[in-house]
Write a protein that binds this ligand. Structure first.
Ligand code: ADP
Ligand code: MG
Length: 499
């Protein structure tokens, strides 16, 4: 009997299409928790590991009887901003609901979330695809709702401990439509959403601390099928690259399940980045299993339209707008402008460097930043703000490259030194002897010497073998140990050869 999937016969030659919908939990960067005054945000420069266990808790986080939740207005404001920046409709009335589950790290026995009536709905964002980001695709956002985070279970040998510091930290969950078709599209969506919430300042964006984490829903279907296959949900991946890899693995796993005649089961899976595999964690609950109902402790959240309008009017320039401005004002490529605006600390850094160097040098600056500097930063897995780079370094470099004091190659070398040890650009140029020789009186004798040492080639050149120009320029460059200003050197060689 032949194997079918969604009613369509399939075999090893069938082309499958991947369907991906993402649920992203974004931690809001409010000072206090969503339903209580306990401290929520880490102190400047501190990591979760620096926090004393259960120090940032109170009876509300611990679910003591008689306590009541009180909604944090700042968290609502942040959630609305995220909704507006992702083109959502803001519901003037939304409702908090209890989602029941056995959560050892959430002692109330339910999570406060939103269900039937979320705060934001029907949004979208645009992602750029293709090698140069030349293709734009729109991904729908089904809803954004507010909820509280759970605490953390710490499993030791033979017993477990619970740390409630994170219990009650405000989250928004951004749920996409199943609109993505490749791991790259999922990665581009996540990067765009990340750039938006960090640009808004509603999320600190610390991926290691789980400020931005993703559940990826993945199914496959024979190309051309209209329905969706059964999905698996890969939980809590907090790196863009790992989400892409987890989806890749999952697609192949499902293909094999289907081709072997089995059915993909709806379940929750975990991704192990070391093994690059997903593992079954539990069968997936249905909404009914959670026994959602409106939380009687919290009245419906009612917002005035005027409040929404004020928040909309106060939105900062968003990454897409910033990218378009860089293209228009600085003549950058859409791709480079996209890279520079993908992380707000990078676009701020770029703009500071441009204000030091002048807009005329913006393109040169962009090349230095998106090239060598971005490579070093990405390799180290840090943000530019945490590196030894300062905007002034790049203003100086762009100026020195533009006035031909140094070559682009030397600039790259200097970027490497600045990244490793910091310092001043001028001093590094002197110390490393990287200044280009643009002094005619220094270059002329070098060229004369080379012409004199190669009479045969000179003869050939003069009788029409013009491609020997490269030979002479190369010899001259070598004689100056690569320090000659290349444009000037070539000009001078031509003059002498013809002379
Ligand atoms: P739940 O809340 O139980 O996880 P939802 O129906 O709200 O379920 O869907 C969650 C996510 O799964 C959404 O991002 C949605 O786009 C995505 N999704 C739904 N069906 C599929 C499918 N068949 N394949 C891939 N993704 C899907
Ligand atoms: Mg889900």
């Amino acid at each position: 009997m032949s194997i079918t999937h969604l009613g369509i016969p399939v075999d090893a030659n069938t082309e499958f299409e991947t369907v991906i919908g993402l649920e992203v939990h974004v931690q809001l960067s409010t000072e206090s928790k969503v339903f209580s005054p306990a401290r929520s945000r880490l102190e400047e420069g501190k990591s979760v590991a620096d926090e004393a266990v259960n120090a940032n808790t109170n009876p509300v986080c611990a679910g003591h009887p008689g306590t009541l939740p009180a909604l944090n207005a700042k968290a609502v404001e942040y959630a609305i901003k995220a909704g507006l920046a992702t083109n959502c409709k803001i519901n003037l009335k939304s409702v908090f609901a209890r989602k029941h589950y056995f959560y050892p790290d959430l002692p109330k026995g339910y999570q406060i979330s939103q269900f039937d009536l979320p705060l934001c709905q029907h949004g979208h964002l645009d992602i750029e695809l293709g090698k140069e980001g030349e293709v734009t695709k729109r991904v729908g956002i089904t809803r954004i709702h507010m909820e509280e985070d759970a605490g953390k279970n710490v499993h030791l040998s033979g017993f477990s401990l619970v740390n409630l510091n994170r219990a009650g930290v405000p989250l928004i969950e951004v749920v996409s439509e199943p609109d993505m078709r490749t791991p790259e599209e999922a990665g581009a969506y996540l990067r765009k959403l990340y750039s938006i919430v960090t640009c808004l300042g509603v999320c600190d964006g610390n991926l290691q601390e789980g400020n931005f984490r993703c559940d990826a829903n993945v199914s496959i279907r024979p190309k051309g099928a209209t329905g969706f296959g059964t999905r698996a949900e890969i939980k809590n991946v907090n790196s863009f690259r790992f989400v892409e890899k987890a989806i890749e693995y999952e697609v192949e796993r499902q293909r094999q399940v289907i081709l072997s005649g089995d059915k993909v089961v709806q379940e929750t899976r975990l991704y192990d980045s070391q093994k690059n595999q997903t593992f079954s964690m539990r069968s997936k609950e249905e909404a009914e299993d959670y026994r959602y109902f409106p939380d009687p402790d919290l009245p419906p959240l009612v917002i005035e339209q005027s409040q929404v309008d004020a928040l909309r009017a106060a939105l900062p320039e968003l990454p897409d707008q910033k990218r378009d401005r860089y293209v228009k004002d600085f003549g950058l490529s859409r791709y480079d402008a996209g890279v520079l605006t993908s992380v707000s600390s990078l676009s701020r850094f770029f703009e500071d460097a441009v204000s030091g160097a002048g807009a005329a040098l913006a393109k040169g600056l962009a090349n230095l930043l998106t090239g060598e500097a971005a490579r070093l930063i990405n390799e180290a897995g840090i943000e530019i703000g945490a590196s030894k780079f300062i905007p002034g370094h790049f203003s100086d470099l762009a100026r020195f490259v533009s006035d031909k004091t140094i070559s682009v190659t030397a600039a790259k070398q200097i970027i490497g030194i600045l990244f490793a040890e910091g310092g001043a650009v001028g001093a590094i140029i002197d110390r490393e002897g990287l200044k280009q020789v643009s002094d005619l009186s220094a270059l002329e004798p070098v060229i004369d010497q080379i012409l004199a040492a190669n009479p045969k080639q000179l003869e050939e050149f003069r009788s029409g073998k013009e491609k020997l120009l490269g030979f002479f320029v190369g010899q001259a460059m070598k004689a100056t140990q690569g320090k000659a200003n290349p444009g000037l050197l070539q000009e001078l060689v031509i003059k002498k050869l013809k002379g």
